[in-house]
Write a protein that binds this ligand. Structure first.
Ligand code: SF4
Length: 120
């Protein structure tokens, strides 16, 4: 099973992410957490983010961890990207992580806990 991280930075401009150092978060994840690959996009819920998801996501056992906005919001905003890729959105394929209103350390810890909770 592959673990892929698909991080959305909300255009690097959302006030709710002001306490996050996104480059530092990304590099810490890359270096310290076991995963297969990470992709960072500025706005996954817009057309070019969905186009990326359509080309990238595979229904092949990969679990997509998505550090981004609130989980409920992600469920709505990422739905079309998953649908366009033909990947069902459920616990086996998708593990959202909210990185809003968090520091870099808190967001890192939440991504770590989410990756560790994935079996296999
Ligand atoms: S998916 Fe969420 S974090 Fe990403 S751009 Fe849309 S609202 Fe912002």
């Amino acid at each position: 099973m592959k673990k892929a991280i698909l991080m959305c930075t909300c255009s690097f401009a959302c006030p709710s992410m002001k306490d996050l150092d996104i480059p530092q978060l990304a590099e810490r994840i890359r270096l310290e957490l076991p995963h297969d690959y990470m992709v960072i996009h500025a706005r996954l819920c817009e057309a070019n983010g969905e186009a990326l998801m359509r080309d990238l996501l595979k229904d092949d056992g990969t679990v997509y961890v998505t550090p981004a906005c609130k989980v409920e919001k992600q469920a709505k905003l990422l739905r079309d990207g998953f649908a366009q890729a033909g990947v069902p959105m459920n616990e086996s394929t998708w593990r959202p992580v909210s990185i809003q209103f968090k520091t870099t350390d808190q967001a890192f810890a939440d991504v770590q806990a989410t990756l560790e909770a994935i079996e296999g």
